[in-house]
Write a protein that binds this ligand. Sequence first.
Ligand code: FAD
Length: 306
Amino acid sequence: MDFRDSPEEAAFRTRLRTWLAEIAGKFPTSGDEYWAKQGEWHQALYGAGFFGLSWPKEYGGQELPPVFDVILDEELAIAGAPPRPSLGYLVVGLGHHGSKELQQRFLPGMINGTERWCQGFSEPDAGSDLASLTTTATRDGDEYVIHGHKVWTSYSDVADWCLLLARTDPDAPRHRGISAFIVPMKQSGIEQRPLKMISGVTKEFGQVLFDGARVSADQMVGNPGDGWRIAMTVVGHEREPSTLGFAARYGKLVRQLAARTEGRPPEDLAWAAVQSEMLRLHVRRRLSEQLDGVNHGSEARSTSCS
Ligand SMILES: Cc1cc2nc3c(=O)[nH]c(=O)nc-3n(C[C@H](O)[C@H](O)[C@H](O)COP(=O)(O)OP(=O)(O)OC[C@H]3O[C@@H](n4cnc5c(N)ncnc54)[C@H](O)[C@@H]3O)c2cc1C
Protein backbone atom coordinates (compact mmCIF):
# COMPACT_ATOMS: atom_id res chain seq x y z
CA MET A 1 0.00 0.00 0.00
CA ASP A 2 1.14 3.56 -0.76
CA PHE A 3 1.02 5.48 2.53
CA ARG A 4 1.56 8.90 0.97
CA ASP A 5 -1.41 11.30 1.26
CA SER A 6 -3.88 11.55 -1.61
CA PRO A 7 -4.91 15.18 -2.48
CA GLU A 8 -8.04 14.82 -0.27
CA GLU A 9 -6.01 13.44 2.61
CA ALA A 10 -3.43 16.22 2.27
CA ALA A 11 -6.18 18.87 2.29
CA PHE A 12 -7.69 17.27 5.39
CA ARG A 13 -4.29 17.21 7.10
CA THR A 14 -3.74 20.91 6.36
CA ARG A 15 -7.18 21.88 7.65
CA LEU A 16 -6.59 19.83 10.79
CA ARG A 17 -3.14 21.36 11.40
CA THR A 18 -4.59 24.86 11.09
CA TRP A 19 -7.31 24.06 13.60
CA LEU A 20 -4.88 22.39 16.01
CA ALA A 21 -2.61 25.46 15.88
CA GLU A 22 -5.61 27.64 16.84
CA ILE A 23 -6.64 25.54 19.83
CA ALA A 24 -3.09 24.68 20.97
CA GLY A 25 -2.72 24.56 24.74
CA LYS A 26 -6.45 24.81 25.51
CA PHE A 27 -6.79 21.13 26.38
CA PRO A 28 -4.52 19.37 28.91
CA THR A 29 -2.98 16.13 27.66
CA SER A 30 -2.38 14.23 30.88
CA GLY A 31 -3.30 13.81 34.51
CA ASP A 32 -6.66 14.47 36.10
CA GLU A 33 -6.84 17.75 34.15
CA TYR A 34 -7.00 15.75 30.91
CA TRP A 35 -9.77 13.49 32.19
CA ALA A 36 -11.73 16.45 33.57
CA LYS A 37 -11.80 18.06 30.14
CA GLN A 38 -12.07 14.94 28.00
CA GLY A 39 -15.80 15.46 27.31
CA GLU A 40 -15.20 19.05 26.24
CA TRP A 41 -12.32 17.88 24.02
CA HIS A 42 -14.56 15.26 22.40
CA GLN A 43 -17.21 17.90 21.60
CA ALA A 44 -14.59 20.36 20.31
CA LEU A 45 -13.23 17.71 17.92
CA TYR A 46 -16.71 16.80 16.79
CA GLY A 47 -17.80 20.42 16.38
CA ALA A 48 -14.77 21.15 14.17
CA GLY A 49 -15.51 18.12 11.98
CA PHE A 50 -12.70 15.91 13.27
CA PHE A 51 -14.50 13.18 15.18
CA GLY A 52 -16.50 10.18 13.98
CA LEU A 53 -14.74 10.44 10.63
CA SER A 54 -15.24 6.84 9.51
CA TRP A 55 -18.59 6.21 11.17
CA PRO A 56 -22.04 6.18 9.48
CA LYS A 57 -23.45 9.54 8.36
CA GLU A 58 -26.84 8.43 9.60
CA TYR A 59 -25.58 8.73 13.17
CA GLY A 60 -23.43 11.82 12.80
CA GLY A 61 -20.26 10.39 11.27
CA GLN A 62 -18.71 11.23 7.90
CA GLU A 63 -18.20 7.77 6.34
CA LEU A 64 -14.61 8.55 5.34
CA PRO A 65 -12.08 5.72 4.89
CA PRO A 66 -10.29 4.73 8.14
CA VAL A 67 -7.07 6.31 6.90
CA PHE A 68 -8.57 9.68 7.93
CA ASP A 69 -8.73 8.47 11.52
CA VAL A 70 -5.08 7.54 11.26
CA ILE A 71 -4.19 11.02 9.94
CA LEU A 72 -6.14 12.48 12.84
CA ASP A 73 -4.28 10.34 15.39
CA GLU A 74 -0.91 11.18 13.86
CA GLU A 75 -1.56 14.91 13.77
CA LEU A 76 -2.91 14.99 17.33
CA ALA A 77 0.29 13.30 18.48
CA ILE A 78 2.55 15.60 16.45
CA ALA A 79 0.72 18.70 17.74
CA GLY A 80 0.96 17.53 21.35
CA ALA A 81 -2.87 17.58 21.57
CA PRO A 82 -4.86 15.08 23.66
CA PRO A 83 -5.65 11.73 22.00
CA ARG A 84 -8.93 11.05 20.26
CA PRO A 85 -11.46 9.70 22.80
CA SER A 86 -11.60 5.99 22.11
CA LEU A 87 -15.21 5.00 21.38
CA GLY A 88 -14.91 3.02 18.18
CA TYR A 89 -15.34 -0.24 20.03
CA LEU A 90 -18.76 0.87 21.28
CA VAL A 91 -19.86 2.19 17.90
CA VAL A 92 -18.82 -1.09 16.28
CA GLY A 93 -20.37 -3.19 19.07
CA LEU A 94 -23.74 -1.43 18.84
CA GLY A 95 -23.49 -1.15 15.06
CA HIS A 96 -22.99 -4.92 14.68
CA HIS A 97 -25.29 -6.25 17.36
CA GLY A 98 -27.76 -3.55 18.45
CA SER A 99 -31.28 -3.28 17.05
CA LYS A 100 -32.08 -0.36 14.74
CA GLU A 101 -33.98 1.25 17.63
CA LEU A 102 -30.98 1.04 19.95
CA GLN A 103 -28.65 2.35 17.25
CA GLN A 104 -30.91 5.33 16.49
CA ARG A 105 -31.37 6.11 20.15
CA PHE A 106 -27.77 5.80 21.29
CA LEU A 107 -25.25 6.22 18.47
CA PRO A 108 -25.78 9.96 17.75
CA GLY A 109 -25.20 11.05 21.36
CA MET A 110 -22.25 8.69 21.70
CA ILE A 111 -20.62 10.07 18.54
CA ASN A 112 -21.28 13.79 19.13
CA GLY A 113 -20.21 13.51 22.76
CA THR A 114 -23.40 14.74 24.40
CA GLU A 115 -23.78 11.37 26.13
CA ARG A 116 -20.83 9.72 27.86
CA TRP A 117 -20.21 5.99 27.93
CA CYS A 118 -18.19 3.41 29.78
CA GLN A 119 -17.51 -0.30 29.33
CA GLY A 120 -18.42 -2.62 32.21
CA PHE A 121 -16.63 -5.87 31.34
CA SER A 122 -13.73 -6.52 33.78
CA GLU A 123 -14.29 -7.67 37.34
CA PRO A 124 -11.90 -8.21 40.25
CA ASP A 125 -11.83 -11.97 39.48
CA ALA A 126 -12.61 -11.80 35.76
CA GLY A 127 -9.99 -9.91 33.75
CA SER A 128 -8.11 -11.97 31.19
CA ASP A 129 -10.57 -14.76 31.96
CA LEU A 130 -13.57 -12.59 31.19
CA ALA A 131 -15.97 -15.52 30.76
CA SER A 132 -15.76 -16.17 34.49
CA LEU A 133 -17.61 -12.93 35.26
CA THR A 134 -20.11 -13.18 38.10
CA THR A 135 -22.17 -10.00 37.81
CA THR A 136 -25.78 -11.11 37.38
CA ALA A 137 -28.80 -9.64 35.63
CA THR A 138 -32.06 -11.25 36.69
CA ARG A 139 -35.32 -10.70 34.82
CA ASP A 140 -38.04 -8.89 36.79
CA GLY A 141 -41.05 -8.03 34.59
CA ASP A 142 -39.92 -5.60 31.89
CA GLU A 143 -36.58 -5.03 33.57
CA TYR A 144 -33.41 -6.79 34.65
CA VAL A 145 -31.98 -6.30 38.13
CA ILE A 146 -28.18 -6.17 38.37
CA HIS A 147 -25.84 -7.23 41.16
CA GLY A 148 -22.08 -7.34 40.89
CA HIS A 149 -18.75 -5.53 40.88
CA LYS A 150 -16.90 -4.11 37.87
CA VAL A 151 -13.37 -2.74 37.93
CA TRP A 152 -11.00 -0.76 35.67
CA THR A 153 -14.07 0.91 34.23
CA SER A 154 -12.67 3.88 32.32
CA TYR A 155 -14.60 7.18 32.78
CA SER A 156 -17.27 5.51 34.92
CA ASP A 157 -17.50 8.65 37.07
CA VAL A 158 -18.82 10.75 34.18
CA ALA A 159 -20.62 8.09 32.17
CA ASP A 160 -24.33 8.35 31.41
CA TRP A 161 -24.43 4.82 30.00
CA CYS A 162 -22.54 1.59 30.50
CA LEU A 163 -22.22 -1.26 28.02
CA LEU A 164 -22.43 -3.96 30.66
CA LEU A 165 -21.77 -7.69 30.50
CA ALA A 166 -23.77 -9.68 33.02
CA ARG A 167 -24.69 -13.32 33.54
CA THR A 168 -28.36 -13.91 32.69
CA ASP A 169 -28.31 -17.72 32.67
CA PRO A 170 -26.23 -19.24 35.47
CA ASP A 171 -27.02 -22.77 34.21
CA ALA A 172 -25.72 -22.28 30.66
CA PRO A 173 -22.08 -23.04 29.72
CA ARG A 174 -20.16 -20.02 30.93
CA HIS A 175 -19.61 -18.30 27.55
CA ARG A 176 -23.26 -18.74 26.60
CA GLY A 177 -24.90 -17.45 29.78
CA ILE A 178 -23.75 -13.84 29.36
CA SER A 179 -25.81 -10.95 27.95
CA ALA A 180 -24.98 -7.31 27.15
CA PHE A 181 -27.01 -4.32 28.29
CA ILE A 182 -27.04 -0.55 27.94
CA VAL A 183 -27.38 0.42 31.59
CA PRO A 184 -28.17 3.97 32.79
CA MET A 185 -25.38 4.92 35.19
CA LYS A 186 -27.20 7.70 37.03
CA GLN A 187 -29.48 5.66 39.30
CA SER A 188 -29.64 4.40 42.84
CA GLY A 189 -28.27 0.87 42.94
CA ILE A 190 -25.00 1.97 41.33
CA GLU A 191 -22.04 3.13 43.38
CA GLN A 192 -19.04 4.52 41.57
CA ARG A 193 -15.68 4.50 43.39
CA PRO A 194 -12.62 6.16 41.87
CA LEU A 195 -9.37 4.18 41.59
CA LYS A 196 -6.14 6.02 42.26
CA MET A 197 -3.28 5.00 39.98
CA ILE A 198 0.42 5.01 40.82
CA SER A 199 0.73 8.14 38.66
CA GLY A 200 -1.67 9.97 41.00
CA VAL A 201 -4.47 10.04 38.40
CA THR A 202 -7.85 9.47 40.06
CA LYS A 203 -10.25 10.22 37.22
CA GLU A 204 -9.37 7.62 34.60
CA PHE A 205 -10.61 4.42 36.20
CA GLY A 206 -13.39 3.54 38.56
CA GLN A 207 -14.84 0.50 40.16
CA VAL A 208 -18.58 0.22 39.89
CA LEU A 209 -20.76 -1.64 42.38
CA PHE A 210 -24.20 -2.75 41.25
CA ASP A 211 -26.65 -3.52 44.01
CA GLY A 212 -30.17 -3.78 42.63
CA ALA A 213 -29.58 -1.42 39.68
CA ARG A 214 -32.21 -1.71 36.97
CA VAL A 215 -32.19 -1.75 33.20
CA SER A 216 -35.11 -1.99 30.84
CA ALA A 217 -35.24 -5.39 29.06
CA ASP A 218 -35.40 -3.63 25.70
CA GLN A 219 -31.94 -2.21 26.38
CA MET A 220 -30.39 -5.64 26.03
CA VAL A 221 -28.03 -5.59 23.03
CA GLY A 222 -28.83 -8.59 20.84
CA ASN A 223 -30.50 -11.60 22.41
CA PRO A 224 -30.07 -13.31 25.78
CA GLY A 225 -26.75 -15.16 25.67
CA ASP A 226 -25.23 -12.96 22.94
CA GLY A 227 -22.94 -11.16 25.39
CA TRP A 228 -19.79 -13.12 24.60
CA ARG A 229 -20.17 -12.59 20.85
CA ILE A 230 -20.64 -8.86 21.45
CA ALA A 231 -17.64 -8.73 23.78
CA MET A 232 -15.46 -10.38 21.12
CA THR A 233 -16.56 -7.80 18.52
CA VAL A 234 -15.80 -5.00 20.98
CA VAL A 235 -12.38 -6.16 22.18
CA GLY A 236 -11.38 -7.16 18.64
CA HIS A 237 -12.05 -3.62 17.49
CA GLU A 238 -10.20 -2.04 20.43
CA ARG A 239 -6.97 -3.39 18.97
CA GLU A 240 -7.45 -1.87 15.53
CA PRO A 241 -5.42 0.74 13.60
CA SER A 242 -6.43 3.48 16.04
CA THR A 243 -3.31 2.20 17.80
CA LEU A 244 -1.36 4.20 15.23
CA GLY A 245 -2.11 7.22 17.39
CA PHE A 246 -0.36 5.51 20.29
CA ALA A 247 2.52 4.51 18.00
CA ALA A 248 3.01 8.16 16.99
CA ARG A 249 2.97 9.19 20.66
CA TYR A 250 5.46 6.51 21.72
CA GLY A 251 7.76 7.44 18.81
CA LYS A 252 7.66 11.09 19.80
CA LEU A 253 8.41 10.28 23.44
CA VAL A 254 11.36 8.07 22.49
CA ARG A 255 12.78 10.84 20.27
CA GLN A 256 12.34 13.39 23.06
CA LEU A 257 14.16 11.12 25.52
CA ALA A 258 16.91 10.41 22.98
CA ALA A 259 17.42 14.15 22.47
CA ARG A 260 18.26 14.42 26.17
CA THR A 261 21.01 11.82 26.00
CA GLU A 262 23.42 13.94 23.93
CA GLY A 263 23.84 11.33 21.22
CA ARG A 264 24.55 8.46 23.65
CA PRO A 265 21.17 6.77 24.22
CA PRO A 266 21.30 3.89 26.70
CA GLU A 267 20.63 0.41 25.38
CA ASP A 268 17.08 0.17 26.73
CA LEU A 269 16.16 3.45 25.04
CA ALA A 270 17.51 2.13 21.74
CA TRP A 271 15.37 -0.99 22.24
CA ALA A 272 12.33 1.23 22.98
CA ALA A 273 12.98 3.03 19.68
CA VAL A 274 13.04 -0.31 17.84
CA GLN A 275 9.84 -1.45 19.56
CA SER A 276 7.96 1.77 18.80
CA GLU A 277 8.98 1.49 15.13
CA MET A 278 7.88 -2.17 15.08
CA LEU A 279 4.52 -1.12 16.53
CA ARG A 280 4.14 1.61 13.91
CA LEU A 281 4.84 -0.81 11.04
CA HIS A 282 2.64 -3.53 12.51
CA VAL A 283 -0.33 -1.18 12.84
CA ARG A 284 0.23 0.18 9.32
CA ARG A 285 0.05 -3.37 8.03
CA ARG A 286 -3.25 -3.86 9.85
CA LEU A 287 -4.58 -0.60 8.43
CA SER A 288 -3.61 -1.72 4.95
CA GLU A 289 -5.47 -4.99 5.52
CA GLN A 290 -8.50 -3.16 6.86
CA LEU A 291 -8.64 -0.98 3.75
CA ASP A 292 -8.58 -4.21 1.74
CA GLY A 293 -11.59 -5.44 3.69
CA VAL A 294 -9.70 -8.00 5.77
CA ASN A 295 -11.48 -8.73 9.03
CA HIS A 296 -9.13 -8.55 12.00
CA GLY A 297 -9.07 -11.39 14.43
CA SER A 298 -7.07 -12.22 17.50
CA GLU A 299 -3.74 -11.31 15.82
CA ALA A 300 -4.69 -7.63 16.11
CA ARG A 301 -5.13 -7.86 19.83
CA SER A 302 -1.49 -7.76 20.77
CA THR A 303 -1.00 -4.15 19.70
CA SER A 304 -2.80 -2.05 22.29
CA CYS A 305 -3.17 -1.46 25.98
CA SER A 306 -6.73 -0.19 26.22
C1 FAD B 1 -5.79 1.50 29.92
C2 FAD B 1 -6.81 0.46 30.30
C3 FAD B 1 -8.16 0.74 30.20
C4 FAD B 1 -9.10 -0.22 30.57
N1 FAD B 1 -10.43 0.10 30.49
C5 FAD B 1 -11.34 -0.83 30.81
C6 FAD B 1 -12.74 -0.52 30.72
O1 FAD B 1 -13.14 0.60 30.38
N2 FAD B 1 -13.64 -1.48 31.04
C7 FAD B 1 -13.25 -2.73 31.43
O2 FAD B 1 -14.13 -3.56 31.64
N3 FAD B 1 -11.93 -3.05 31.58
C8 FAD B 1 -10.98 -2.13 31.28
N4 FAD B 1 -9.65 -2.43 31.41
C9 FAD B 1 -9.28 -3.66 32.03
C10 FAD B 1 -8.62 -4.67 31.12
O3 FAD B 1 -9.48 -5.09 30.13
C11 FAD B 1 -8.12 -5.74 32.05
O4 FAD B 1 -6.95 -5.20 32.59
C12 FAD B 1 -7.88 -7.02 31.37
O5 FAD B 1 -9.10 -7.66 31.19
C13 FAD B 1 -6.90 -7.86 32.18
O6 FAD B 1 -7.43 -8.19 33.44
P1 FAD B 1 -6.65 -8.03 34.82
O7 FAD B 1 -6.09 -6.63 34.88
O8 FAD B 1 -7.55 -8.47 35.91
O9 FAD B 1 -5.39 -8.97 34.68
P2 FAD B 1 -5.31 -10.51 35.00
O10 FAD B 1 -6.38 -11.27 34.30
O11 FAD B 1 -5.20 -10.70 36.49
O12 FAD B 1 -3.92 -10.85 34.35
C14 FAD B 1 -2.70 -10.41 34.94
C15 FAD B 1 -1.54 -11.01 34.17
O13 FAD B 1 -1.61 -12.44 34.24
C16 FAD B 1 -1.62 -13.00 32.92
N5 FAD B 1 -2.49 -14.16 32.92
C17 FAD B 1 -3.78 -14.21 33.30
N6 FAD B 1 -4.26 -15.46 33.18
C18 FAD B 1 -3.26 -16.21 32.69
C19 FAD B 1 -3.14 -17.58 32.34
N7 FAD B 1 -4.16 -18.43 32.46
N8 FAD B 1 -1.96 -18.01 31.87
C20 FAD B 1 -0.92 -17.19 31.74
N9 FAD B 1 -0.96 -15.87 32.05
C21 FAD B 1 -2.12 -15.39 32.52
C22 FAD B 1 -2.15 -11.89 32.02
O14 FAD B 1 -1.71 -12.06 30.68
C23 FAD B 1 -1.57 -10.66 32.67
O15 FAD B 1 -0.25 -10.43 32.23
C24 FAD B 1 -8.68 -1.49 31.05
C25 FAD B 1 -7.31 -1.77 31.14
C26 FAD B 1 -6.39 -0.81 30.78
C27 FAD B 1 -4.91 -1.14 30.91
